[in-house]
Design a protein around this ligand. Structure first.
Ligand code: NIG
Ligand code: FE
Length: 415
């Protein structure tokens, strides 16, 4: 059991009579489950975690606001570690085309795909983007999500990439949610650079990224390494630029083919390789050695009706931590629910209940480089919780379309 920290004398609040999933894993108890516990909070951080039987001896209890969980399950706030939440319009018409037989790659090659969202997003003001994104954000928050990663990548020029990132930052200021931004200018080739992909990469490295960094808008640098986007050699140049700015990297890797993107991310000590349906053992080994997280995006797999599954067994064997995220975006994953994504991770990819839940808590925090702050009920970490009206946490991945959230706590405050 964890010991109280020295300055825990006066707690602000305590959640009592809770069954806890601390996410502090042991081999026998991967979710760190224990029943009949309590969590205390001061200044937005966790200051005590322990069994109810130890609570009455705690001096901090005296002035604390008490929240009785009445035997509900309490987990860390959920983390959606890969989204493209900020965009304008939608691509329902392309869905209809795909149903009529065209592939995602064919639609992209004919000027649709990412480029159609780029046109809509470039035309939208910051306020319009906020207005369109807010309902998606609120829906995720309504499922106990307290941290969300949001990428740029539908602007593809300095003005519009910065606009998207500013919107992401503003959402985090307006709502009780932590936003981590990823700079994804290397998502698709904009029409201005048609036939000149290398020049666009130079422009990203020399103009766009420095401008975004200058405004404090970038927490990580991302890219799309694929035959219909950017090559391994081009992504290397972007990662070298990221390194010059001391920014961590991550990558859309091996989604539709194996471009050895995972090895590239690992070489740069990157946070995560995402999608990874075509990842091979060399990539898995490189990720394991670098501590790079494998981020699974089952909604994109499902929506594109892919058949090639990520190498889950190899990642288990080599000890690669797996995160699970929505990939919420208008083209390949028009999804606004992390709970349904958990179900897909288990149903489509065979994740265990524990793997799925770690994928949206502790391992998602690691995928954001925030494992010191987020993702588990650990003294010193931020007090972001979700309280669930379930008798067993397996209900979270199990139920389809249900939302058993009872309450949500952000930085120690009920929201
Ligand atoms: O994560 N793979 C590339 N990017 C997105 C799709 C973006 C889009 O089609 O708009 C993804 O699947
Ligand atoms: Fe994505």
């Amino acid at each position: 059991m964890q010991q109280p920290s020295e300055n825990s004398n006066e707690w602000d609040a305590v959640w009592i009579n809770a069954h806890l999933a601390t996410m502090e894993s042991t081999p026998e108890n991967p979710l760190g489950l224990f029943r009949d516990g309590a969590v205390a909070v001061k200044d937005g951080r966790i200051v005590w975690v322990g069994p109810m039987s130890d609570l009455r001896n705690q001096s901090g209890l005296e002035h604390a606001q008490v929240h009785d969980c009445k035997s509900k399950w309490l987990t860390p706030g959920l983390i959606d570690s890969h989204t493209h939440l900020v965009y304008a319009g939608n691509r329902a018409k392309e869905f209809a085309r795909r149903l009529a037989g065209e592939s995602y790659a064919e639609i992209a090659a004919s000027g649709g795909g990412i480029m159609s969202t780029v046109s809509a997003t470039r035309a939208a003001s910051e306020d319009a983007l906020i207005e369109q994104t807010m309902p998606r954000l609120e829906r995720l928050m309504g499922e106990g999500v307290t941290t969300i990663e949001i990428k740029s990548g539908y602007g593809l020029d300095t003005k519009n990439e910065l606009k998207m990132l500013r919107v992401a930052r503003r959402l985090g200021e307006w709502q009780k949610v932590r936003i981590r931004t990823s700079f994804l200018a290397a998502h698709a080739l904009p029409p201005e650079f048609s036939g000149r992909a290398d020049d666009y990469i130079t422009h990203i490295c020399e103009e766009m990224l420095p401008a975004a960094v200058e405004e404090g808008l970038v927490d990580a640098v991302d890219g799309f390494c694929e035959h219909l986007a950017f090559s391994n050699a081009q992504m290397r140049r972007v990662f070298e630029a990221a390194r010059r700015h001391k920014l961590p990297v991550k990558l859309h890797a091996e989604q539709l083919s194996n471009q050895h993107g995972a090895e590239l991310v690992a070489e740069f000590g990157g946070l995560s390789a995402d999608h990874i349906e075509y990842l091979d053992e060399a990539g898995v080994k490189a990720m394991a050695a670098a501590g790079t997280v494998g981020t699974l995006l089952p909604a994109a797999f499902y929506f594109l009706r892919e058949t090639q599954k990520p190498p889950i067994d190899l990642m288990r064997e080599h000890g690669v931590a797996m995160a699970v995220a929505t990939d919420s975006n208008p083209g390949t994953a028009p999804i606004e629910t992390l709970l349904l994504t958990l179900n897909m991770a288990s149903t489509c990819f065979g994740l265990t209940i524990s793997e799925a839940l770690l994928g949206v808590t502790r391992h998602a925090a690691k995928a954001l480089g925030a494992e010191e702050q987020l993702g588990s009920l650990t003294i010193g970490k931020v007090a972001d919780f979700a309280v669930w009206n379930v008798s067993d946490l397996a209900e979270l991945p199990y139920r389809i379309g249900a939302n058993p959230l009872s309450s949500r706590v952000y930085a120690g405050q009920r929201t």
